[in-house]
Design a binder for this molecule. Structure first.
Ligand SMILES: Nc1nc2c(ncn2[C@@H]2O[C@H](COP(=O)(O)OP(=O)(O)OP(=O)(O)O)[C@@H](O)[C@H]2O)c(=O)[nH]1
Ligand SMILES: [Mg+2]
Length: 450
């Protein structure tokens, strides 16, 4: 892979007024910039105080700069980090000066791409940097941190070693076309492929959890009109996000809010009340509720406990399971009536959005439901992303096809070709394969300065 020879520079902190801003440069010029800008020697990993002056000698700001000598830097190259006062005007002036001195403006994700190209990070670790920046919950943070420390890379390295061994086993026979694979070898190769398939499947099972950590657990609040769904959303969000009124049919269109519950990030969706005999406008609201419900991970079914509960329309009730539903008996601050048994043994809590009684129980029940999505792979929290999922699915198809060929006693060459394709798909995850397009696509989704 081509190792870059130019020096890139970018603002690493958001544009806006803040206490400090950080500008960084990476590449061969970083070492030369220190004496040129600050008349000091580039001492690695020591923060130094200096005046930043433009080429005419006019003071821009007093700054703190740190030089990192490659390969002991994030990118693996010589790097210079400059902390200035967090005024976007100052930060832009410093950046413009660095560009005028020969640096190039960094593309999105280019610092991480260089870290990958120099072998400091594998591809899954570079992606974890992005996950870390976007993590909004303890679980997302834990998964990103473990991936950054190489959890997925290690798992893939182990699978890859085993696959190479199996491949070598088969290829040993290709050189002797007259000899069939002996039966006992066929058995052991079959077992090896089986365990590779099941270990790949264990990783694939974390895909849904990965999506939940990155996008939030989609939690739809549903129930009859006036049950207190919007009040529940407001209660969980902590402010008046949704309109509430004693009139049934207040919420016509769904609305969405993100909240943190325990270690999870929930995408909470308030929906229009489900009336079994709706007027035409109400029906449109209910159609939208159904659209949301069909994509939901969790449901909060709100029941007004002051009167006997109506049934849910069947389109909705068939989506509810004991694993994905929490029933909220609301308005428990008022006199309540006995309720008919629920259609399934759902977990339930008694609640009042007025007094917030039951809030702790409700949050604990949501955390419990959230935990059911987590799939542990050994002791590690692994939560793969869509790119990993695609590569692993390809690998699984190839392994399945190899298994079939083995069973049908098809030539070893074809068997080994399937296993080689599986190997390539494995290699895509850590990026140990030369594939410029994948890299460009992947790093383009990063932010500038990262
Ligand atoms: N006493 C009492 N009243 C509540 C409680 N929760 C909601 N309410 C009242 O019930 C009425 C309806 O509340 P909403 O939150 O608008 O109900 P909704 O389910 O969103 O209603 P729609 O959007 O019309 O389907 C309002 O007058 C609320 O103040 C509660 O826990 N106790
Ligand atoms: Mg409402």
């Amino acid at each position: 892979m081509l190792v870059p020879s130019d020096t890139i520079a970018a603002l690493a902190t958001p544009v806006g007024t803040s206490a400090l801003a950080l500008i960084r440069a990476s590449g061969p010029m970083a070492r030369l910039l220190v004496p040129a800008l600050f008349a000091q020697a580039p001492l690695p990993r020591i923060a130094q105080h200096a005046d930043y002056r433009d080429p005419q000698g006019i003071l821009i700001d007093d700054v703190l700069f740190t030089f990192f000598a490659g390969p002991n830097s994030f990118t693996g190259e010589d790097c210079l980090e400059i902390s200035c006062h967090g005024n976007p005007f100052i930060a832009q002036k410093i950046l413009a000066d660095l560009l005028a001195r020969g640096c190039r403006s960094a593309d999105p994700g280019e610092f991480s791409k260089r870290a990958f190209l120099s072998g400091r990070l594998d591809l899954s670790q570079a992606e974890a940097v992005m996950d870390l920046i976007h993590a909004r919950s303890d679980q997302a943070l834990a998964a990103a941190n473990q991936q950054l420390r190489g959890s997925l890379g290690r798992y893939m390295a182990e699978l890859t070693t085993r696959l190479i061994k199996t491949l070598a086993h088969i290829e040993a026979y290709i050189d002797f076309p007259d000899e069939d694979l002996p039966e006992e070898n066929r058995q052991s190769i079959n077992n090896d492929i089986d365990t590779l398939i099941s270990d790949t499947a264990r990783l694939l099972a974390t895909s849904h959890y990965g999506a939940l950590l990155r996008e939030g657990i989609k939690t739809v609040i549903l129930g009859e009109p006036n049950a207190g769904k919007s009040s529940l959303l407001n209660c969980l969000v902590g402010h008046e996000r949704a309109l509430v009124s004693p009139e049934p049919g207040t919420t016509r269109d769904y609305l969405e809010e993100l909240i943190i519950i325990g270690p999870y990030w929930l995408r909470l969706i308030d929906t229009a009340g489900l009336n079994l005999t709706p007027a035409p406008l109400e029906q449109r609201g209910i159609d939208k509720s159904l659209e949301q419900a069909t994509q939901a991970d969790l449901f909060l079914w709100v029941i007004d406990a002051t009167h006997p509960r109506p049934d849910l329309p069947s389109d909705f009730s068939r989506l509810l399971t004991t694993q994905n539903t929490l029933v909220v008996y609301n308005k428990c601050d008022l006199p309540v009536v006995a309720q008919s048994p629920l259609p399934q043994p759902f977990q339930s809590v008694n609640f009042s959005t007025i007094t917030a009684d039951g809030l702790t129980e409700l949050q604990a029940a949501l955390v419990n439901l959230g935990a059911s999505f987590q799939v542990n792979v050994g002791s590690e929290v692994i939560a793969i992303n869509a790119r990993h999922t695609q590569a692993l699915e390809q690998a699984q198809n190839c392994l399945q096809s190899a298994k079939l060929k083995l069973a049908q006693n098809i030539a070893s060459e074809l068997l080994s070709s399937d296993l080689r394709s599986a190997l390539e798909s494995f290699a895509q995850i850590s990026g140990k394969i030369d594939h410029e397009r994948i890299l460009d696509e992947l790093f383009a989704s990063f932010c500038i300065g990262k």
